[in-house]
Each structure stands twice: as structure tokens, then as C-alpha cells.
Design a protein around this ligand. Structure first.
Ligand SMILES: [Zn+2]
Ligand SMILES: [Zn+2]
Length: 153
């Protein structure tokens, strides 16, 4: 059924249908695949991200239905607020996932993706909470708080 459109494989539809991403933590105890598109990366400067990642955190996002854990031996969850929990590796300490309660998406720390990601960084959020030891000067959009509804083009 793909055959007829194959010569013009550059169409967005074909790209999306065949898109697969993989990633994991430093020790390999947590590995995942995403069989679908990823959102471009947003850097979050909130105090929770800074404390769990050690700096601001670049996150992409996938539909939960596209997301599969290949290995989760060392995956642990931390309820970081009433609204969300964070998935991390209990062996190497990697921070990998942020899952809002009742949502059908998972935010994935972009640094845990295997290359090439095909992604780009598009914005900064929670800049009102940013650390005071760095400057955000890359010209990307900056939002004082959340902006997930407007960042996605
Ligand atoms: Zn690990
Ligand atoms: Zn954050």
C-alpha cells in the first residue's frame, strides 16, 4: 500500500509513519523506543528540572501510545508534584521522563535520545525560575512560565 507513493518519499505523511526513535539512560538499565513523531525540544528552567537534572533540561515529547519501554529494570518514579511524576534510573541516576497525571503524552529528556534525533531546540520555558548563574542569549522564544499550548507551532 506504500508502493505508489514511495518515489516521492519526502512527504510528511511518509516520514511520520516511518519515524522511530530510541534512547536510554547512561547504564542501559532503562531503554525506550518511540514509534512516532517527537515534538521539537523545549528547555525548561523551572526549579524542579534544575534540581533533578543539575541544570536546565531540554525535553521533547511523544504520545504515550507511541512510547514503549524496552528495558525498565532500574526505572523508578518520583512523584515530583501533584500534577506529575518523573522517571529516573535508580542505578546511574539519569532523569529520563516527565509524565503529567492523566495526560496522554510523555516528556522525554532530549539528552537521553540516540542520535540522530532530527530535532531542534525551539524555546525556553519557566525562564522566570531560571538559575542566576547563566544567561539565555540564543535568540529563541522565552516564556516566563509554561507555554506548551503555543510552542507547538
Ligand atoms: Zn541507568
Ligand atoms: Zn521544568
Amino acid at each position: 500500500m506504500f508502493g505508489r507513493d514511495r518515489p516521492n518519499a519526502a512527504s510528511d505523511w511518509t516520514e511520520t509513519m516511518s519515524e522511530t526513535h530510541s534512547g536510554g539512560c547512561l547504564c542501559g538499565g532503562v531503554q525506550y523506543v518511540v514509534n512516532g513523531p517527537l515534538r521539537d525540544v523545549v528547555n525548561c528552567h523551572c526549579g524542579q528540572c534544575r534540581r533533578t537534572h543539575g541544570h536546565f533540561a531540554g525535553y521533547t515529547e511523544a504520545a504515550l501510545s507511541d512510547f514503549k519501554l524496552k528495558r525498565s529494570d532500574s526505572l523508578k518514579w518520583y512523584q515530583s508534584s501533584a500534577q506529575a511524576r518523573r522517571g529516573f534510573c535508580s542505578i546511574c541516576g539519569a532523569s529520563l521522563f516527565w509524565v503529567p497525571e492523566g495526560d496522554d503524552h510523555v516528556a522525554i529528556a532530549a539528552g537521553t535520545l540516540d542520535k540522530p534525533t532530527g530535532l531542534r531546540t525551539v524555546a525556553h520555558i519557566y525562564v522566570a525560575d531560571a538559575g542566576d548563574y547563566y544567561t539565555i542569549a540564543d535568540g529563541l522564544k522565552k516564556y516566563p512560565g509554561t507555554s506548551t499550548t503555543t510552542v507547538d507551532e
